[in-house]
Design a protein around this ligand. Sequence first.
Ligand SMILES: N[C@@H](CCC(=O)N[C@@H](CS)C(=O)NCC(=O)O)C(=O)O
Length: 216
Amino acid sequence: MQLYSFFRSGTSHRLRIALNLKGLAYEYKAVDLRTEQHLDANYKAIQPQGLVPALMLDGERGRQVLIQSPAIIEWLEEVHPKPALLPASPEDRARVRALAAIVGCDIHPVNNRRILEALRHEFSADDAAVHRWCANWVNDGFEAIEALLAADAHRGDFCFGRAPTLADVYLIPQVESARRFKVDMGRWPLIVAVDAACAQIDAFRRAAPAMQPDAA
Ligand SMILES: N[C@@H](CCC(=O)N[C@@H](CS)C(=O)NCC(=O)O)C(=O)O
C-alpha cells in the first residue's frame, strides 16, 4: 500500500491516523504542495483533482487508487473492521460521524490551501486577513464540537466513548492546523484535553506532521 501524502496536510494526517490505528503499514510517497507537485500531470494521473491524500493498493484486482479521505477511511473500516472507528449503535455512529463532519465538511474545506490561495491572489487578502478567515471557521466549528463534548455525560477521554473513533481521527489534524494558524485553543478545554489524550497514543504520535519523512 502506498500513501500519497503531504506532511502538513490535514486530510493526509487523518488518513495516517486511521491507517496507524488499524495497524496497517504503508509506503510513504511525499507530494509537496509547496512546489505544487500535486498539480502536475504525473500526480493528476493518480488523483485527477490534484489533492492529497491518495492510497494505492496492490490487490488481486491489480493496482487500484482510492481517493477522498472520507471514502478511504470508510473503506478501511469496512475491510479492516478491528479496531472499530465507529460505535455499535446507529445513533451513536451518527453522533460520531456528525462530529467528524463538522471538521470534514464545515471547517477543513473552506480553509484548504487552494481557497487561501484564491483569497490571496483573487481577492487581495493579506496574511492577517487569511488568518482571520481561517480562525473564523475554526471558531464556529470548535464552538459546536466543544458544546457537543460538554453535553455527553458518558464520554471518557476521547470525543466519544472510551477509545478513539472517527471523530478523533478528524479532530486532531484540525487542532494541529488551528495551532499553526495561531488560533487561541484555550477557549476549548475539552478539545484540548481530547488532543492531549490522543497524543498519548502511538498511532496518533506517529501520524503527526513533524514525524513524516517530508517534514521540513
Ligand atoms: N475532500 C478531500 C480534500 C483533500 C484536500 O483538500 N487536500 C488538501 C490538503 S489537506 C490538498 O491537497 N490541497 C491542495 C490545494 O488546495 O491546492 C479529501 O478529504 O481527501
